[in-house]
Design a protein around this ligand. Structure first.
Ligand code: GDP
Ligand code: ZN
Length: 438
C-alpha cells in the first residue's frame, strides 16, 4: 500500500491513476475506486490498483488521503512510490502521518504514542492494550480528571477573595474530598499503566539451575525453537541468552543463565556474574533441578536465594529414575512441577503455573486497557505528588493560594500526559520513534 496525504493528494492521484472513462479520482466521492496506475510521464501502465479515496477531514490525518493498494512485491511498490514522487508527492518522515493526525487534532498525544506501542506490541494482549489506548480510553480518563480538577480549582480561586472563614473551610473540605478521589483514580491508572508495560515488555524471567539440568532445553521448549545451545558438557551456556515467549498471551522475557555456582573458570565466571545480575532484576524465576540426582548443596542454595520471588520449581528428567528428595520443605508456596523435556511431559502444567504465578493478583485482562510509558508515569507521579500536597495543605488549613498553586500544577501535569501542553521538542522526540509510513 502506498499512502499519500495532504491537500495535493487528489491531484497527485489524478496524475498517476487512470479511472474508467478518464474520470478524476479527486472529483469522486469518498470510497474505493478501481483503476490502472500509470507512470506520470511516460503514461505507461504500472499495475491495476484499488484506490481508497478519503477526502479530509474524515481520514486518519484529517487531510485528503489516497491509498493505492497494489499487488505485493517490493519492486512494484517502489515503482508506484516513485510515480507518486514524480507526480508531486514527497516521502513522509517516520511517524509523519500520525504526527499530522495529532497536529490536525484527530488524535491526542497519548493516542499517538499508543500507535508507537501498537507497532511494537509483542503479544496479543499487549496489542489489545495498545488498541484500547488508540481508541482513547486512557485519554478520556485524563480528560475527565482534568475537568474535575479545573472545577475544583475554580472553586478555590473564587474563594480566595472571600474573607469569611467558613467559605474557606468549605473549599478546603472539597479539596480534600475531590483530591482523594482523584488520587485513587490516578494511582489505579498508574498501576494499570505499569502492568500494561509488563504486558508489552514482558515479565523478566530467569531460568536457574546447575549445569546440565536442562535449562537450555527448557528455554528451547518454551520458545519452541532452537535458539539456545544444548550440549552434554556442563557449563556450555556461557552467556545469558534472552528471548520472548508468548505463554497464554503473557510475554515472558526469558533469560537462560550459566547457573549460579562457584567456579574458577574465567569464561564460566562471566556467565555466573551475569546470572547474579539477572537474578537481581528478575520478576519471575524458574529453578530447574535434576530429579535423577539427589538434591545438592548448590540446589538448596538456589532455592534459598530465590525464596520470596514468584517462582516455579521444575524437577526435570522425570523420565529417569527419581533420586531427588527433600524439595518440598524448601519450596515454600512455590509450585513444584515434574517435567520431562525428553519425553515431552509436564510442559503444559509448567506453562499453566507460570501464567498463574507470574500474574497472581497482578495482571488481569482488564489491565490491558491502559499502558503507560516512562514519560507518562513520571508525569502522573508528579500529579500524585501535587495532589497529595494540596490535600495535606487543605487538611492543615493552609491558605487557599498555596492550594491553588498545587492544583494548577496537577492540572498542567495531566495536560502534559495527553500532550495538551506539549512543547515542540517533546513532539519531535515522540514522533521520531515511529517507523516510516505510519
Ligand atoms: P543446561 O546445562 O542446564 O542448559 O542443560 P541442557 O539443556 O544443555 O541439557 C543437558 C543435557 O540434558 C542434554 O543432553 C539434554 O538432552 C538432557 N536433557 C534435558 N532434558 C532432559 C530430560 O527431560 N530427560 C533426559 N533424560 N535428559 C534431558
Ligand atoms: Zn544451558
Amino acid at each position: 500500500m502506498v499512502r499519500v496525504s495532504g491537500p495535493e493528494a487528489g491531484r497527485i492521484a489524478d496524475r498517476m491513476l487512470k479511472l474508467k472513462g478518464n474520470a478524476h479520482l479527486s472529483e469522486q466521492k469518498r470510497g474505493m475506486w478501481y483503476g490502472t496506475l500509470i507512470h506520470p510521464e511516460t503514461k505507461s501502465d504500472l499495475d491495476e490498483c484499488v484506490a481508497l479515496w478519503m477526502p479530509g477531514p474524515h481520514s486518519y490525518t484529517a487531510e485528503d488521503v489516497v491509498e493505492f493498494q497494489v499487488h505485493g512485491g517490493l519492486q512494484l511498490v517502489q515503482s508506484v512510490l516513485s510515480a507518486a514522487l514524480m507526480a508531486g508527492a514527497r516521502l513522509a518522515e517516520p511517524g509523519e502521518f500520525t504526527k499530522r493526525a495529532f497536529l490536525n487534532g484527530r488524535i491526542d498525544l497519548s493516542q499517538a504514542e499508543a500507535v508507537i506501542d501498537l507497532i511494537r506490541a509483542k503479544t496479543e494482549l499487549a496489542s489489545r492494550s495498545a488498541l484500547q489506548l488508540v481508541k482513547g480510553d486512557f485519554s478520556e480518563s485524563i480528560r475527565r480528571m482534568r475537568q474535575t480538577l479545573i472545577r475544583l480549582q475554580a472553586h478555590v480561586e473564587v474563594t480566595i477573595d472571600y474573607p469569611e472563614h467558613d467559605v474557606e473551610s468549605v473549599a478546603c473540605a472539597r479539596v480534600i474530598e475531590t483530591g482523594q478521589e482523584l488520587l485513587t483514580e490516578i494511582q489505579e491508572l498508574i498501576r494499570r499503566g505499569k502492568m500494561g508495560r509488563v504486558l508489552r515488555e514482558g515479565i523478566r524471567t530467569v531460568i536457574l539451575g546447575r549445569p546440565n539440568v536442562g535449562k537450555s532445553s527448557l528455554m528451547n521448549a518454551l520458545l519452541r525453537q532452537d535458539r539456545a545451545i544444548v550440549t552434554d558438557i556442563p557449563g556450555t551456556t556461557r552467556d545469558v541468552i534472552e528471548e520472548y515467549a508468548n505463554i497464554g498471551g503473557i510475554p515472558f522475557r526469558i533469560l537462560d543463565t550459566a547457573g549460579i555456582r562457584d567456579t574458577e573458570d574465567i569464561v564460566e565466571k562471566l556467565g555466573v556474574e551475569r546470572s547474579r545480575e539477572a537474578l537481581r532484576e528478575a520478576e519471575f524465576v524458574i529453578v530447574v533441578l535434576n530429579s535423577n540426582e539427589p538434591l545438592s548443596l548448590e540446589d538448596e542454595e538456589l532455592l534459598l536465594q530465590t525464596e520470596g520471588l514468584p517462582r516455579v520449581i521444575v524437577l526435570n528428567k522425570s523420565d529417569l529414575e527419581r533420586r531427588i528428595d527433600g524439595v518440598e520443605p524448601l519450596a515454600g508456596d512455590s509450585a513444584v512441577v515434574e517435567l520431562s523435556l525428553k519425553a515431552g511431559r509436564g510442559l503444559e502444567e509448567l506453562e499453566h503455573e507460570m501464567v498463574l504465578r507470574a500474574t497472581a493478583g497482578g495482571v488481569q485482562m482488564d489491565d490491558a486497557s491502559y499502558m503507560t510509558n516512562a514519560r507518562q508515569n513520571t508525569l502522573l507521579q508528579g500529579v500524585v505528588d501535587d495532589l497529595e500536597l494540596a490535600v495535606e495543605a487543605a487538611a492543615a488549613g493552609a491558605t487557599l493560594d498555596i492550594i491553588a498553586v498545587q492544583l494548577q500544577s496537577a492540572y498542567a501535569g495531566l495536560g502534559q500526559v495527553i500532550g495538551e501542553e506539549a512543547g515542540e521538542d517533546l513532539l519531535n522526540e515522540i514522533f521520531s520513534n515511529f517507523c516510516l509510513g505510519k
